[in-house]
Design a protein around this ligand. Structure first.
Ligand SMILES: C[S@@+](CC[C@H](N)C(=O)[O-])C[C@H]1O[C@@H](n2cnc3c(N)ncnc32)[C@H](O)[C@@H]1O
Length: 153
């Protein structure tokens, strides 16, 4: 998942979506995706449940500069509005009920400026079957705006 052939296109995709705007990552982990985005000069903030994961992120280059709030991504609010909110690497499956997943989607929407983007990815067939969005393939990405939903790379 750190392989540049996997990571670089994801970072390109999110940077393009943000178009210079602020980016929020839910379940930011150790900054695998967030830090390369910040290295491109984008303002990136995150929500993360685990203090040890944040400690690890802080030890990496650029990690001291990110705004991170400790909490549950289903309910925790970052200050301000964002052009893009994203969730990577199956982290939605850390929320074990459909109700919690829906709260997370609602929380993502609450972070977005009007008309902006929410991107999440899951490669779990089990998750796909129980997702509110009911994706039809086992490896699925979705980008949603208030007006439309479309598949993404
Ligand atoms: C598979 S890692 C993904 C980390 C990062 N998004 C990435 O792509 O490398 C999942 C992360 O979700 C965090 N996490 C789990 N449940 C969470 C929750 N309810 N709210 C916020 N973070 C959570 C874990 O602590 C862990 O850092």
């Amino acid at each position: 998942m750190y392989d540049p052939s996997v990571l670089d296109p994801a970072v390109d995709f999110l940077a393009d979506l943000a178009a210079g705007g602020r980016i929020a990552e839910f379940a930011i982990g150790t900054g695998r995706v967030a830090l390369p985005l910040a290295a491109r000069g984008l303002e990136v903030a995150g929500i993360e449940f685990s203090a040890p994961m944040i400690d690890e992120l802080r030890r990496k280059d650029g990690g001291a500069d990110l705004e991170i709030v400790i909490g549950d991504m289903a309910t925790t609010r970052l200050p301000g509005e964002f052009a893009v909110v994203f969730l990577a690497y199956n982290a939605i499956t850390c929320l074990l009920t459909q109700e919690a997943q829906l709260r997370c989607f609602e929380n993502a929407a609450a972070h977005l400026a009007p008309g902006e983007r929410w991107s999440w990815r899951s490669s779990s067939r089990h998750y796909a079957g129980s997702s509110p969005a009911r994706p039809t393939s086992p490896s699925t990405s979705r980008t949603t705006t208030s007006a439309s939903t479309s598949s993404t790379p």
